[in-house]
Design a protein around this ligand. Structure first.
Ligand code: HEC
Ligand code: HEC
Ligand code: HEC
Length: 442
């Protein structure tokens, strides 16, 4: 009977161990953050500053859903273990965050803890952790005084028990979330670059999409100090959010500070036009940036160097493909499909029409390390974001039904290797995989 006692002992130790692990996380979540915080009185100026910061943080992208009161939550977000829903952050005392103290709000925003439990990192506290106390107080004032209360019930997640238990999130947070610390500029940094760093690394949460993640889902870097992974580009929802580091092939190294600022404010620059989830970022968030903040963000991005920046050299336009097309030679694979489907807008010379149909020659997005953005935009089509700075809207049609996987692969390889472009090639199998991911049911 010895082995039975052995199993029993292991079982008891296991259960007690698990209870300790869960209990520790429970106690830790209760005590995250500061217990006492006092903010300045909620003057109209403070509420207005909070409204602006809420735009910069793009809180509406996730906490507002069309057809429902602003900030009343309910957006479905898919995680590997099931869907979760964003919460009501209006000041309703029962359904929203009306009962949150400033300290409770700070805990949710920077520590990722609310109502005694750790939040899913779908809420980007992993970027917001650097927000200064003054800005947390302004956001709090806005969400308590500037937003109408809405009686909308939070929707529980679709994650099945026991995966729905939150204690593992506490350990994830300990291991992987950056330690909440108000932003401190580097001693030598230019004041404008520092202002841009505070926004890009923090409320702007650019890294949540533009920085690659480790297998355990944390961002590989949250500031340039963490190494060259920071903003080096990542796949997000079947698009490739390109490298925002300065220099090298497939980066936006040839964008000037002014072009980058213009892009953030209007969704279009002479070098590129936003599509995919970047359009939403522009529409809900960055188009509201002040000119000064947009320029500061652009200056900061230009200050993040890239190791291989020097190797590639500047883009040099190569007229050979255009000359061949002009002389009726469309023998290069993909050339015919390009002439039939794309050239009317992007032109046979690949130069497009400025701020209307983007140029593909020398385009960093078209030449990105991963061709998935080009595949997805051909399959999905796109329309340019309509903003105050670019009120007219132009569209690219979807080619999902017109072009086979092989046609798409050929045209992708054509634009990635013409007019001086140099980028890796793709195959019909890669296109089939993206097609399936975009429309799982055909
Ligand atoms: C990318 C999506 C996303 C963005 C952007 C976002 N949130 Fe969230 N937020 C979430 C999700 C998802 C949850 C719920 C997480 C959970 O249930 O664990 C959440 C939870 C919260 C909570 C906890 C509320 C509660 O009822 O417990 C607060 C407060 C909050 N967010 C405030 C904000 C503010 C303020 C901003 C803008 C500065 C913001 N969020 C931006 C996704 C987002
Ligand atoms: C929700 C995910 C997401 C966030 C957050 C995000 N981006 Fe993007 N971004 C993308 C995707 C996807 C693309 C590729 C589509 C495209 O090129 O427009 C992209 C493209 C870009 C481009 C290239 C545009 C072009 O078409 O040439 C720039 C510049 C850019 N992002 C800057 C930023 C900055 C600065 C921030 C932070 C303020 C940011 N992004 C935040 C997803 C995101
Ligand atoms: C009717 C005009 C039209 C046609 C035809 C067209 N496009 Fe586009 N294309 C656009 C517009 C407009 C955009 C900008 C969309 C946006 O950013 O939302 C765009 C964007 C792109 C981009 C992203 C470039 C960037 O920097 O934003 C690529 C790559 C692209 N098109 C490739 C193609 C290919 C390949 C074809 C043919 C299979 C094609 N397009 C056909 C109008 C067109």
């Amino acid at each position: 009977m010895r082995w039975k006692t052995g199993i029993l002992t292991v079982g008891i130790v296991g259960v007690v161990g698990l209870l300790v692990v869960m209990g520790t996380s429970y106690v830790a979540d209760r005590h995250a953050g500061e217990e006492q915080l006092t903010g300045p009185p909620a003057t109209p100026e403070l509420v207005a500053r909070g409204a602006y910061l809420a735009k910069l943080g793009d809180c509406a992208a996730c906490h507002s859903t069309p057809g429902k009161p602003p900030y009343s939550g309910g957006l479905r977000m898919v995680t590997p273990i099931g869907a979760i829903y964003t919460t009501n952050i209006t000041p309703d005392p029962t359904y929203g965050i009306g009962r949150f103290s400033l300290a409770d709000f700070d805990r949710a925003l920077r520590f990722g803890v609310a109502e005694g439990h750790t939040l899913y990192p779908a809420m980007p506290f992993t970027s917001y952790y650097n927000t200064t106390p003054e800005d947390v107080a302004a956001l709090y004032a806005y969400f308590q005084q500037g937003v109408p209360a809405a009686v909308v019930l939070n929707r529980p997640s679709d994650i099945p028990f026991p995966l729905s238990m939150r204690w593992p999130l506490t350990y994830w947070r300990w291991l992987f979330a950056p330690k909440p610390t108000p932003f401190q500029p580097l001693a030598a940094a230019d004041a404008e670059v520092a202002r841009g760093a505070y926004f890009v690394e923090g409320l702007g949460h650019c890294g949540e999409c533009h920085t690659p993640r480790a297998v355990t889902m944390q961002l590989k870097a949250t500031t340039p100090k963490d190494g060259s992974a920071y903003l080096s580009g990542a796949v997000i929802e079947n698009y490739f959010a390109p490298s925002l580091r300065n220099g090298g092939t497939g980066t936006l190294g040839d964008w000037s500070v002014e072009e980058m600022a213009q892009f953030l404010k209007s969704g279009a620059s002479s070098k590129g036009i936003a599509f995919g989830s970047m359009s939403d970022v522009i529409i809900h968030s960055t188009q509201y940036m002040s000119d000064g903040d947009a320029l500061a963000a652009a200056k900061y991005l230009k200050s993040i160097g890239n190791d291989d920046a020097g190797k590639a050299g500047p883009f040099v336009y190569d007229p050979a493909v255009h000359t061949a097309l002009k002389n009726g030679d469309a023998s290069k694979p993909g050339a015919l499909a390009y002439l039939d489907n794309c050239a009317a807008c992007h032109r046979p010379d690949g130069l497009g029409y400025e701020r209307v149909f983007p140029r593909l020659a020398g385009n960093g997005v078209a030449q990105a390390g991963d061709p998935i953005s080009v595949i997805s935009i051909i399959l999905n089509g796109a329309s340019t974001p309509r903003t105050e700075g670019a009120p007219a809207q132009f569209a690219m049609p979807s080619f999902a039904t017109r072009l086979s996987d092989q046609d798409v692969a050929d045209v992708v390889n054509f634009i990635r290797s013409s007019w001086g472009n140099h980028a890796s090639s793709t195959t019909a199998r890669d296109v089939a995989r993206v097609r399936k991911a975009i429309r799982p049911n055909g």
